[in-house]
Design a protein around this ligand. Structure first.
Ligand code: AMP
Length: 532
């Protein structure tokens, strides 16, 4: 048939070129860890990205090589992404909150060749350097001297043409830790990132345009910064980035820069509310507040809605780029009472075009979207994982091509998805994972402990914190303090349970595994005394 459309590979560098051409003078403000601020614009980001691409090539970095970052949010981190991807490299964002052995593992597994990091993470770098086998170049975002980011890009002229290629080539790598074993890498392609970013712009998702002023509180190392480093230049928004996320700093920045959109985990809002209560100040210009990564609590939703902003309750995963669903207003929004709006917003929202959801029962039978049937949530689409990075197990999909999220959900007749439970055995504290299984294994290593079960309990500040239920060995009088002391030698401090309770026995499945669903049900209304 005569006639066709152009082949136009959906490659990430097209976005930064677009931002430079169409919105070149729209600003990017960075507030650094030391309190100083810098201002650049999309033209500046594009120029510096070209310079970084040249600098990386000068250091022998080639298409497909991994360039790691260990950094908070700021304009140079944005340049590191767009410069690396522009020369065909793959950006590997490292989460500085991982444990030492996980950090060592992922650097080596990713075979990173360069690490660009914030000075505040120098102690991590010093500790890990001898263990990272493949990193040849270390560059400091906010350093001085020849290894500083500014010196490295300052030596280049920016006369550079982006590397071309297939849109299915990889551009980003992000590891996710969860249940047990080593973290797993999610490898995003140019195509998946671009389609995901385009979907994010729409009113039913982030609702972005060049009128938006966006402060992404979510760190860039958390699930691709929720795609905002790609969606922001696509729409030409003004971006406000902060390396520190305390309530006062964020509130001041939001008011001074007239921030309209922000995105982060619920814990961020807990800190903001404390600041608001203590000072009487409040962000004045917010229109869309996206909360995700953990369930947004009802009281938080109500308070932000009363501030006059729309609450976008998002659900997603590192494996889903991360947008899976978004709780944007429904068609009848204007007719709903405040209470009805809150009722809808506590659920996790709908799938934007590109994402398909279904729930299945234990046998894999697809459940009706009736607002009652609860089952494992499965997902598919062009920005959903097919296989973990360098994973010999092959694709991580069902036989008919769906990714099982490990979440348990109900689909409502109006399309809204509601997370009701979690089949995977993990606790999410302040947006970071605690493995219940590892906590239990560590606990049973304590003399006098026969069996232990860790479950997540709602906590107003951290979303969830661990409660450890312990069965003593016959004749043992082991104390909670002794168990805590033992655990402290085995796991990171922030993994330690908020409370240890001794029980006579724990419920089990027919195959002898701990019956976590029963425990979670039993302790659904339990609250830690200290948490109020
Ligand atoms: P991560 O890959 O670290 O972003 O974690 C993804 C997981 O966080 C999901 O599979 C859910 O268990 C949980 N999660 C994310 N967003 C929400 C939400 N809005 N409500 C409840 N759980 C969520």
């Amino acid at each position: 048939m005569l006639g066709a459309m152009q082949d136009f590979e959906l490659r990430v560098p097209r976005v930064i070129e677009h931002a430079e051409r169409e919105y070149g003078s729209r600003e990017i403000i960075s507030r650094w860890a030391d309190g100083s601020e810098t201002v650049t614009d999309w033209a500046g980001i594009a120029r510096d990205s070209r310079k970084l691409a040249q600098a990386l090539e000068r250091r022998g970095i080639r298409k497909g090589d991994r360039v790691a970052t260990l950094a908070m949010n700021h304009s140079r981190h944005l340049v590191a992404w767009h410069g690396t991807i522009g020369m065909g490299g793959i950006v590997h964002t490292i989460n500085p909150r991982l444990f030492e052995d996980q950090l060592a593992y992922i650097g080596n597994h990713a075979e990173d060749r360069v690490l660009i990091y914030d000075r505040m993470f120098q102690p991590i770098v010093d500790k890990l350097k001898p263990q990272w086998k493949t990193i040849e170049h270390y560059i400091v975002f906010d350093g001085d001297g020849p290894d500083s980011f500014e010196a490295v890009i300052g030596a280049e002229d920016g006369n550079y043409t982006w590397v071309e290629g297939d849109e299915r080539e990889p551009c980003m790598l992000c590891y996710t830790s969860g249940t047990t074993g080593n973290p797993k890498g999610v490898l995003y392609t140019h195509r998946s990132s671009m389609i995901h970013a385009m979907a994010e712009l729409q009113p039913a998702v982030f609702d972005l345009s060049t009128q938006s002023v966006v402060l992404p509180v979510v760190p860039m190392f958390h699930a691709v910064g929720w795609g905002l480093p790609f969606a922001a230049p696509m729409a030409g928004v003004k971006l406000v980035m902060s390396a520190v996320n305390d309530g006062k700093t964020l509130c001041d920045l939001m008011n001074r820069e007239r921030v309209t959109h922000t995105a982060g985990v619920p814990t961020v809002w807990f800190a903001m509310f404390q600041h608001m209560d203590a000072t009487g100040e409040a962000p004045q210009h917010l229109k869309v507040v996206t909360i995700g990564g953990s369930a947004a609590p009802r009281a938080m939703i109500e308070r932000i809605m009363k501030m006059g902003a729309r609450v976008n309750h998002a659900w997603g995963m590192t494996e889903t780029s991360p947008i899976g669903t978004m709780g944007a207003p429904t068609h009848d929004w204007d007719e709903l009472s405040f209470e009805q709006k809150v009722e809808k917003t506590v659920f996790q929202g709908r799938a934007p075009f590109g994402v398909e959801l279904r729930t299945v029962d234990e046998d894999g039978t697809i459940l009706p979207r009736d607002g009652i049937s609860s089952g494992r949530l499965q997902i598919r689409g062009p920005w959903i994982i097919k296989q973990y990075f360098q994973d010999a197990n092959g694709p991580c999909l069902t036989a008919d091509g769906w990714f099982d999220t490990g979440d348990v959900a109900v689909l409502h007749p109006d399309g809204i998805m509601q997370i009701t439970d979690r089949a995977k055995d993990v606790i999410k504290s302040g947006g970071e994972w605690i493995s219940s299984v590892e906590l239990e294994n560590a606990a049973v290593g304590c003399p006098g402990v026969a069996e232990a079960a860790a479950i997540g309990i709602y906590h107003p500040k951290w979303d969830e914190r661990p409660l450890l239920l312990v069965v003593r060995k016959p004749g043992s009088d082991v104390t909670a303090m002794q168990v805590q002391q033992h655990l402290a030698t085995q796991v990171a401090k922030w993994w330690l349970p908020d409370e240890i309770r001794f029980v006579e026995s724990l419920p089990h499945t027919a195959t002898g595994k701990l019956l976590k669903t029963a425990l979670r049900e039993q302790y659904r209304d339990f609250r830690f005394a200290a948490a109020g």
